[in-house]
Write a protein that binds this ligand. Structure first.
Ligand SMILES: *Cc1c(COP(=O)(O)O)cnc(C)c1O
Length: 371
């Protein structure tokens, strides 16, 4: 029997990981996965080695779905799927399944991810831009009265949180009876979510839910009748739902971690508690950004994200030094997206409040030395 004891005694210290994704995971989840990596209790093997149709994995999959349903108060009128291909494949799957011949879909463009989504939809059928803030550098999301919605649209697509710009819809737009389709990759379960407002919600797991390689898809069951038999089988929501996400081999280990993360969120108090913690973290950091003119927030205040906080230094030439010195002090991943520049602190559910305190302290100290 090989032993891991020799290496397990050395526990390297962890940095505060501000990465936009893949992102920080809850430490209890990592430790539980580490403990059970070699032998999953009762299975005599690791999760990675077990059949996706074994009783042990049946339980993991059912448990993950139950945890997601419990978190989002998701009723039986919705299917919960764990697919692959990331949010980016959903840019294609959503129109392929939901946009019928002769129909048109509305897209609200609030950033690069929305642009990528509409570009894929255009390859499938007719689309309209129902609103865009591109002219303002995507620093905010549109107001309801700025949207030009087609009441006959097949669906309306929005991006709930714009990871790159640090903007977030304060509330979902009213789209009437048209199904609302949401890319919620970077704020899913960051706050309570009224699933009944949506026809389809999708999210790559690697920001708020788990590791990369799993995409959570929540779809209202009546919409499954739109999936045509002519679609590639793997890209057909109705097939995926009928097969319980196991038409082929799913990302078994990823679903296992997602299950642990979802159960961690439930144990921490569910989405109300997540929202309260996220609001505290964001308020603390925005207050520091706004305290003097040394730092400047990138997003318009009314659209500020609780998940991704984007900011600049008034003297932009100091930004590289800021990021480098922060990294040396264990504050990792603060460089902004290449398209926006500046700095970005991503603080998803698993990001600890102590990390925000450490960043705020570093910001004060950096300002003292360079202001
Ligand atoms: C990260 C991200 C994506 C891309 O996700 P993949 O899983 O890498 O395809 C899409 N949309 C949003 C809003 C994101 O934050």
């Amino acid at each position: 029997m090989p032993t891991v004891e020799a290496s397990a005694v050395v526990m390297p210290s962890r940095v505060f990981n501000f990465s936009s994704g893949p992102a920080v995971l809850p430490e209890p989840v990592l430790l539980e996965a580490q403990r059970d990596l070699f032998v999953y209790p009762g299975a005599g093997m690791s999760v990675m080695e077990m059949s996706h149709r074994s009783p042990a994995f049946d339980r993991i999959l059912a448990d993950a779905e139950a945890a997601v349903r419990a978190l989002g108060h998701i009723g039986d009128d919705y299917a919960v799927l764990f697919l692959q291909g990331g949010a980016s494949l959903q840019f294609s799957m959503a129109p392929m399944n939901l946009l019928g011949p002769g129909q048109s879909a509305d897209y609200v463009i609030t950033g690069v991810w929305g642009q990528k989504a509409i570009a894929e939809a255009r390859k499938v059928g007719a689309v309209r831009v129902a609103g865009s803030t591109e002219g303002e550098g995507f620093r905010r999301v549109p107001r309801q009265e700025e949207l030009q919605l087609d009441p006959a649209a097949a669906y309306v697509h929005v991006t709930t949180n714009n990871t790159i710009y640090g903007t977030q819809w304060p509330a979902m737009p009213d789209v009437g009876d048209v199904p609302l389709v949401a890319d919620a990759s970077s704020d899913i379960f960051g706050a309570p979510l009224d699933v009944s407002k949506f026809g389809l919600i999708y999210a790559g797991a690697q920001k708020n839910l788990g590791p990369s390689g799993v995409t959570l898809v929540i779809i209202r069951k009546d919409l499954l009748s739109r999936s045509s038999d002519g679609l590639p089988t793997m890209l057909n929501y109705a097939v995926q739902a009928a097969n319980g996400s196991r038409y082929n081999t799913p990302n078994t280990f990823g679903i296992y971690i997602l299950d642990l993360v979802a159960r961690w969120m439930l144990a921490e108090g569910g989405l109300d508690a997540c929202a309260a913690r996220n609001a505290r973290k964001a308020a603390r950091l925005y207050a520091e950004i706004d305290r003097t003119g040394f730092y400047r927030g990138h997003a318009s205040p009314e659209s500020r994200s609780t998940m991704n906080v984007t900011f600049r230094l008034a003297d932009e030439s100091l930004e590289q030094r800021f990021a480098d010195e922060a990294a040396r002090q264990g504050l990792d991943g603060l460089r902004g997206h290449r398209s926006v520049g500046g700095l970005r602190a991503s603080m998803y559910n698993a990001f600890p409040e102590a990390g925000v305190e450490a960043l705020v302290e570093f910001m004060r100290e950096f300002e003292r030395r360079n202001g």
